[in-house]
Design a binder for this molecule. Structure first.
Ligand SMILES: Cc1ncc(C[n+]2csc(CCOP(=O)(O)OP(=O)(O)O)c2C)c(N)n1
Length: 631
């Protein structure tokens, strides 16, 4: 990609440094800009990988919005940010695209520190309407007149937070715009009653049709009525089609405009020009096609949501059949558990693919629940299910469960309800970066009373842990595991899981390494390298992060006299600090080194690179041991 001649390939786009550069362009040129953006997304993302189909769906929306607004000072807040590549391309970042999601390269999401027009960063869904409302209230306080726009997808708009914000702004009458980018898809097909409601709205006459109708009316009437009607031509739906009033949005104080074809650039240019002048909260319902313009992605937008590099001429995604991932192992374990116990049910918050629940969903459709992007609801619903006698397995990414901390604490743990949490993407996830790293779960879970926390050393152990949780009916349990596959440097032999017990993998004389989950393989490899350096290390697979197996650790440490703990979690409140604390209480006084993530947000980049930077690989562990040994 180094040889790409951006100026030759994307002549218009190449000249655009800022959205205001669109202002001098004719509608025809703007259409060409849109075409170049679409082509750039296909060509560039096919080389870097990244989010794909969502970005093809926002091309015309972005061009129209940016051509009709004054950005800056107008502000656009993108929900989640995975669909904002057109925004990046219109804010002077074309030439940075080859570094998309790469180590030290451009983020796949929006970030305030990456660009001044990334006015609000995200990665988690459902924040845009609240943030945009905040900007609007700040503007009103200061006395500015800039427009604030939030763009949210049909899945993101259904989050609790979006509705909290719609409710609030509708009441205050805050002047702002929400653009609903309705492509009917979450990552998987969208779910929920609101989604069905949006489908009914989609079935209404589209604004373009209304505009034609209005034009007929205009032609029949002399001035000034015709002028008024013309002024409303792309204005407010219900003036033109009174029979179509009464959307839920209007009922709660928003001006609802739509549905409109989100790929009809001339219509969108007209529409956003008018909308920019409206006061109060305005809700624009745009219908888009996820994957628009790249046929295979239109047909299977789900498969093309996030992609690895692909051949864009051949239109083919090559999925390599690598070793079993933790996600796949969990999916298989769920089916086994459901087979064994009819009380087992599975819950996902809009991530059936990401959490590996597809097979379960097909095999046990009546025992499978997709809440949509609604982690807090998913957790409390699971609590209710557990109270009602079911065995809920709640599969949520580590970073997304951050949203439901109080639900885990107040609804699940306080009532000692046996909900089984399965936290995929625990630890550093790689290319998605700081919004998605599961860096905090050991800290935000292990201090909650009654909650048991486990971490498997490999995919086989994950399956065993899932089965093990079937008998844990006294209270909640969380199992956390990383993105990716098992470490193949670990021995195959294993001991059965016993409650609260660690597994000793190797017994040495000089130092005790106690590792959690994803770090057990690295610790084992470090021990092998240390042996070559003449240091004989024990390796203990912690298995339980709560309760910690102090007997096993203490016995080993009393022999070796030195301890190194290793975990892929922030140091504060993590495993290592708790081990040190517990040993101190037991009167075991040994030099201890804690290898963990620092008190910082770790940038994106390939997993091995960012783990290396944090000292969370065999080499980092060897270095930590050497410093512990020489102390
Ligand atoms: C809190 C949270 N849960 C889950 C996700 C994972 N996720 C990323 S994008 C997405 C679907 C978004 O769908 P939609 O808002 O309709 O936007 P589209 O991609 O269709 O444009 C989901 C579930 C997330 N980013 N944040």
């Amino acid at each position: 990609m180094g040889e790409m001649d951006f100026a030759a390939q994307f002549p218009l786009l190449h000249g655009i440094e800022s959205p205001t550069d669109l202002h001098g362009l004719t509608p025809k040129q703007l259409q060409e800009v849109a075409n170049e953006i679409r082509r750039a997304i296909v060509e560039l993302v096919s080389q870097t990988g990244g989010h794909f189909s969502s970005n093809l769906g926002t091309v015309e929306l972005t061009v129209a919005l940016y051509a009709t607004h004054s950005i800056p000072p107008d502000k656009v807040v993108w929900d989640t940010g995975h669909q904002a590549y057109p925004h990046k391309l219109l804010t002077g970042r074309l030439e940075r695209f080859p570094t998309l999601r790469k180590y030290q390269g451009m983020s796949g999401f929006l970030k305030r520190e990456e660009h001044e027009l990334d006015v609000f960063g995200a990665g988690h869904a459902g924040t845009a309407v609240s943030a945009a409302m905040g900007f609007a209230l700040a503007r009103d306080r200061v006395g500015g007149d800039e427009r604030v726009v939030a763009i949210a997808g049909d899945a993101s708009i259904a989050t609790g937070m979006s509705w909290e914000a719609l409710n609030h702004a509708g009441d205050l009458g805050t002047t702002m715009t929400v653009v609903l980018n309705d492509n009917r898809m979450s990552i998987a097909p969208n779910v929920g009653a609101l989604n069905s409601y949006l489908a009914r709205l989609r079935a209404r006459p589209w604004l373009q049709d209304l505009a034609k109708r209005a034009k007929g009316v205009v032609e029949k009437f002399p001035d000034p009525i015709s002028r008024v009607a013309a002024g409303l031509r792309h204005g407010i739906t219900h003036y033109m089609a009174p029979e179509e009033t009464g959307t839920i949005f209007e009922e709660i104080g928003w001006e609802y405009i739509g549905p409109v074809d989100g790929h009809d650039l001339p219509a969108l240019l007209d529409l956003f020009t008018s909308v920019r002048e409206l006061s109060g909260p305005v809700f624009v319902h745009a219908i888009t096609v996820k994957g628009k313009g790249y046929e295979v992605a239109e047909v299977d937008a789900r498969k093309w949501h996030g992609v690895t590099p692909f051949d864009h001429q051949a239109c083919e995604l090559v999925k390599s059949a690598g070793p079993v991932t933790y996600t796949q192992a969990f999916g298989a374990a769920m089916c086994e558990c459901a087979d064994i116990d009819p009380a087992v049910v599975a819950i996902t918050a809009a991530m059936p693919d990401g959490t590996g629940l597809n097979e379960f969903a097909q095999t046990y459709p009546e025992r499978y629940f997709d809440t949509g992007i609604a982690e807090p609801h998913a957790v409390t619903m699971a609590a209710g299910m557990a109270a009602g006698g079911l065995k809920p397995f709640c599969a949520i990414y580590s970073s997304f469960l951050q949203r439901a901390y109080d639900q885990v604490l107040h609804d699940v743990a306080l009532q000692r309800l046996p909900v089984r949490f399965f936290l995929d993407r625990a630890g550093l996830v790689g290319d998605d970066g700081p919004t998605h790293h599961g860096a905090f779960d050991l800290s935000y879970l292990t201090h909650i009373p009654h909650l048991v926390v486990m971490a498997p050393r490999d995919t086989t152990e994950l399956r065993e842990m899932a089965r093990f949780t079937l008998s844990m009916n006294d209270g909640p349990v969380a199992v956390r595991y990383p993105r990716g596959s098992s470490d193949d440097r670990l021995p195959e032999s294993r001991t059965p899981i016993q409650f609260g017990c660690a597994e000793v993998l190797r017994q040495g004389r000089d130092v005790t390494l106690v590792a959690v989950g994803s770090m057990v393989g690295e610790a084992f490899e470090a021990a092998r390298q240390l042996a070559e350096l003449g240091v004989d290390a024990s390796v203990i697979n912690a298995r339980f992060v709560k309760p910690i197996d102090f007997e096993t650790i203490e016995a080993d440490v009393r022999r070796t006299g030195r301890l190194v703990t290793i975990e892929e979690n922030v140091r504060t409140g993590g495993f290592g600090q708790q081990v040190r604390d517990g040993l101190e209480e037991r009167g075991v006084d040994v030099p201890t080194k804690i290898v963990a993530l620092p008190d910082a947000f770790i940038e994106h980049g390939a997993q091995p690179l960012i783990r290396r930077d944090c000292g969370l690989d065999a080499a980092g562990i060897v270095a930590a041991v050497q410093s512990a040994v020489t102390r």
